[in-house]
Write a protein that binds this ligand. Structure first.
Ligand code: FE2
Ligand code: FE2
Length: 411
């Protein structure tokens, strides 16, 4: 945003509004070295009733302060296209042009195509439409790219986007970077077009991976839609490799998050990544996927129980909520990481590769880098609060058991 503010100078203003008090805004401004954009803070009694920032999109207003886009596409869904989306809108406004309907990063539905099976599919525009007769390139949620005329596209409403984001991230309703941060990667994500029907995430791309919900092998004979890879109990058992005995070299020692079971699971993830970097086999990648799925699911349950019970129960403050934003962006980053790995599983399955080192070295390194970055940027932020809550709950449980025991002893 600061770079935009410098680039656009007097033609457009870029406003960063903190909704969690002046201290955090000030810290935010210092850490990000905000020099050109306006860094402001909302008073407690004047909180916005809606909004989103950074990773989860931007609000774009015209010169009359009328909202022309309530939410640009989230970085976590469309990666670098999120920035192009903002730029396309701002460029049009400062140039006195109509705001483009179809531009990079815009979610769209396909409609009225002769190939009826494609109608209704959600996609994301990769380029800006030029005129009614020029085709627009769109990437579908499968990763497939097609070029269609503007008349065959319908803008996905922001309500649709919000519903899809909520479906992705749980029941949160407000956006925000939360405690996390935007990845530096500029690569558009194949997850850019968010699934409206989770059944379309087949194979290792299915929710929970390995052909069944919950990350467990269903024994149905394949990790995808075919049986290229037998997924027998024996094979799955063989993949449950022991912990890495030698010191790790590919994955650094992760910071403790002060909750023993989370630290233990992080170590299991790190061990699996170590094996992946060493062997780069399909089975080592599937093991990483299983460890990540198990850990992310458990971590989200603990976070909802200890930190976000108000958000989940609908008791969070109306309007902007730091917890709602933190939950949304943290859980979305889990999903992004899993999606990347599932897509690589699918690629390997589709190539019917042998059991050698089929995972590219660069991908294995990327998995490690993404996990380490996530642990620093998201998990590190819950450590103190979660540890405090877990400890308080354990103390309460212990004293309840004690009084129950002493009560029954007095009878
Ligand atoms: Fe996490
Ligand atoms: Fe974690």
């Amino acid at each position: 945003m600061d770079r935009w503010a410098a680039d656009y100078q007097d033609r457009a203003n870029f406003l960063c509004v903190g909704c969690a008090g002046p201290n955090l805004s000030s810290q935010f401004g210092q850490e990000l070295k905000l020099a050109s954009c306006i860094n402001a803070v909302c008073d407690e009694g004047d909180m916005p009733s809606w909004g989103q920032l950074g990773c989860n999109g931007f609000i774009v207003l015209d010169g009359d302060h009328k909202v022309v886009k309530a939410s640009t596409s989230p970085f976590q869904q469309v990666r670098g296209l999120a920035f192009k989306h903002v730029e396309a809108l701002v460029d049009a406004l400062v140039g006195g042009q109509p705001v483009p309907k179809f531009c990079p990063g815009q979610f769209v539905y396909l409609q009225n195509l002769n190939t009826a099976s494609l109608n209704g599919e959600l996609g994301v525009c990769l380029v800006q439409s030029e005129d009614a007769d020029t085709r627009v390139e769109v990437q579908l949620q499968s990763g497939r790219k097609i070029k269609v005329l503007p008349k065959n596209l319908a803008v996905a409403s922001e309500d649709d986007d919000e519903e899809a984001a909520d479906a992705d991230a749980g029941s949160s309703t407000a956006g925000g970077c939360g405690s996390g941060g935007c990845s530096s990667s500029d690569a558009p994500s194949k997850d850019g077009a968010r699934a409206r029907d989770s059944s379309s995430e087949g194979g290792c791309g299915s929710e929970g991976g390995c052909g069944s919900k919950g990350g467990e092998c269903d024994g149905s004979g394949g990790c995808g839609q075919d049986s290229k890879r037998a997924c027998t109990e024996e094979q799955e058992a063989a993949e449950l490799e022991p912990r890495v005995p030698e010191p790790r070299v590919a994955v650094r020692q992760l910071e403790s998050v002060k909750v023993a079971e989370m630290d233990e699971e992080h170590e299991r993830c790190a061990d699996a990544m170590e094996v992946l970097c060493r062997d780069r086999t399909a089975s080592s990648l599937r093991r990483v996927l299983r460890e990540f799925e198990t850990h992310f699911r458990h971590e989200e349950e603990l976070l909802d129980e200890h930190l976000y019970s108000d958000v989940v129960g609908g008791g969070a403050a109306t309007g902007f909520s730091a917890d709602t934003s933190a939950r949304k962006s943290h859980f979305a980053d889990h999903k992004r990481i899993l999606t990347d790995i599932r897509q690589e599983c699918e690629r390997i399955n589709s190539e019917a590769a042998d059991e050698g080192a089929v995972v590219p070295e660069a991908f294995a390194a990327q998995v490690v880098a993404e996990f380490e970055k996530h642990a620093d940027q998201y998990d590190g932020h819950y450590a103190d609060r979660m540890a405090e809550s877990v400890s308080a709950k354990q103390t309460a449980t212990a004293s309840a058991a004690e009084s129950s025991a002493s009560g029954s002893g007095s009878d």
